[in-house]
Design a protein around this ligand. Structure first.
Ligand code: N01
Length: 536
């Protein structure tokens, strides 16, 4: 650690150089602010820098999962596939950084260690692990809702003699599984994407499953150039239509506005089948109440289980792969050959739902009194989502209040954007906003635009700080909770609820109320002079 340096003054310190940090930097500069991004990784790209496991690709269609703020950018960029693979997404992030001349405003390889709000100065003092220090009027957390890998505290993990990989922190050198016996722990979205590729490389693959996953086929393919041309002929209109959709995407195929209970069994099956053929999240829009009504949900869940039983040849394996929880309660996975992988002779599935991993050994692991041997281990165990990154920082608001104390029972905030006791700190696409239920780039653009407008408002009115009130924050927590209660999302253990990390407080973190309503609420708050915030 270097000696503590004198603080460099900036107007806005932005944490993270993923899509959120890049766009925030651009907007800050356009406001004339001196802004700096600090980023732990040696590259821009955020999620798409770290999550480079085999098979990693976006689960929202590429034509939708991209920035809309610049017409020339969206016209010139060409995606190669319906769902862009990770290397292409990383190239896109780099392209954005270059195209808008952002690189000189980004300090790579710089990990934030903490920040403290100085009440007399009304500024944040931000520190890096290397001892660098900044004094910033605004602190923007663009650190991402899924950026702290979840590494369960497995007994004996250090004893395992082979290489250990985490899907969310994948090495940058090629990993060769050829001729090796590989184990994958976890069966969420990351595993579902990685398993078909690893299965094709490894001599043997053993998948340790605690909870079976629902996956809908991606039907990935080269991008349909006619569709691209159609969208590009009116990209602005397409984006506007998507922003009116519940999740900020999917206007090409809007949800059916009919209840699954209002039609015959044959009509239901036909609707599910049609949307299964289209792929991705389409199936969850086959009726308007699949994520609201458990009875409707049970129909689509059974439809997918039927698909699993058809795809997977061994009935015992198929039975284990059939989830029993509500579908969509954990994020639906979008796959390319996941269930088919279990038909391969070199792949076996081990159910650890009743017999958790007891410990790792030098040569494998022990579960349910059985020993399993392998040469390499892939942990696809997800993230300490939404709060993990901020809770690991020494982040202190007014009176030195640590974020760990503020959020001891869960992440309190207002609109997901501001935290009482933490003035001039903004959070992008975090808890309390629709982030996880939205095309995240749509969510990012809306947050960044709101923050930029807010900063401009403060400056126009000669104000120095904005801070959520405790009353607005309490009402917002109730709003987020009530939105979740209207859905099936509370019916299983998901990362939305913090249930995947032992000891984490259970609080439903993302807002399930729909992007258009949320965006309108944020806009209304701004129109009404930032009601619910104290401005000084
Ligand atoms: O993580 P997850 P992920 N012992 O939390 C298991 C986004 N994403 O990285 O379900 C044994 O979903 C855990 O089991 P259980 C997307 O939003 C998007 O896969 O908790 N197993 C689960 O099976 C997604 O939702 C894409 O019982 C343990 C798995 O590990 C989010 O990121 C691709 C365990 C973790 O699944 C997270 O996805 C990838 C333990 N102690 C990710 N602890 C796209 O397609 C955990 N597990 C764009």
């Amino acid at each position: 650690m270097k000696q503590a340096a004198a603080a460099q003054a900036v107007d806005m310190l932005i944490v993270g150089a993923g899509f959120a940090g890049l766009y925030m930097l651009l907007k800050a500069r356009r406001l004339g602010l001196r802004a700096l991004v600090i980023e732990t990784a040696p590259s821009v790209g955020g999620t798409w820098y770290h999550n480079r496991y085999p098979g990693a690709r976006v689960d929202i269609q590429s034509m939708e999962y991209s920035f809309s703020f610049d017409e020339a950018l969206q016209q010139e960029w060409q995606w190669s596939e319906r769902y862009a693979p990770q290397p292409e997404l990383l190239r896109y992030a780099n392209h954005v950084a270059d195209r808008f001349g952002l690189r000189d405003g980004i300090r790579l390889g710089t990990r934030m260690s903490g920040a403290r709000f100085d009440e007399a100065e009304r500024r944040w003092t931000v520190r890096s692990e290397d001892g660098d220090c900044w004094s910033a009027r605004f602190l923007v957390m663009a650190s991402g809702p899924l950026s702290s890998p979840n590494l369960p505290d497995f007994a004996g993990l250090k004893d395992f003699a082979g290489p250990v990989y985490h899907t969310a922190d994948w090495p940058h050198e090629p990993v060769d599984f050829g001729g090796r016996r590989v184990a994958v722990v976890g069966t969420g979205s990351s595993a579902v994407q990685a398993i078909p590729i690893i299965a094709g490389q490894a001599a043997e693959l053993t998948v340790f499953q605690r909870t079976a996953a629902y996956a809908a086929p991606a039907h990935n393919a080269p991008l349909d150039r006619q569709l691209e041309a159609r969208i590009k002929a009116d990209y602005a209109g397409f984006r506007a239509r998507n922003r009116r959709m519940h999740g900020g995407f999917g206007s090409l195929l809007p949800p059916n506005p009919v209840s699954a209970l209002a039609v015959s069994a044959e009509e239901r099956e036909a609707a599910f089948e049609a949307r299964w053929k289209i792929g991705g999240f389409a199936i969850l829009g086959a009726f308007n109440d699949l994520l609201l009504n458990p009875q409707s949900n049970a129909f689509v869940a059974e439809f997918v289980r039927g698909k699993i039983r058809t795809i997977v040849k061994d009935p015992a394996t198929a039975a284990l792969l059939c989830p029993t929880h509500t579908i969509g309660c954990k994020r639906l996975c979008v796959d390319s050959g996941y269930y088919e992988s279990f038909n391969r002779p070199n792949v076996r599935l081990v159910d650890i739902s009743q017999a958790p991993i007891e410990r790792f050994t030098a040569t494998g692991l022990r579960s349910g009194g059985r020993e399993f041997g392998f040469d390499a281990l892939v942990l696809a165990t997800g993230f300490d989502a939404m709060t993990g990154t901020m809770m690991r920082l020494d982040l202190r608001g007014r009176g030195g209040l640590p974020i760990q104390q503020k959020w001891h029972a869960g992440p309190l905030n207002y609109l997901g954007l501001g935290i009482a006791g933490f003035p001039n700190l903004f959070n992008i696409a975090g808890p309390g906003s629709t982030s996880a239920f939205t095309n995240v780039i749509v969510a990012i653009e809306q947050h960044v635009d709101w923050i930029a407008d807010c900063v401009a408002h403060l400056d126009r009115h000669g104000l120095s700080t904005i801070e959520a009130t405790a009353a607005a924050e309490a009402a917002w927590a109730e709003h987020v909770d009530a939105a979740a209660r209207r859905t099936v999302f509370l019916s299983c253990n998901s990362w939305y609820l913090g249930a995947n990390v032992p000891g984490k407080p259970r609080m439903f973190m993302p807002l399930a109320g729909g992007f258009p309503q949320y965006a309108e609420r944020c806009a209304q708050v701004a129109r009404n002079g930032y009601e619910g915030f104290a401005l000084a």
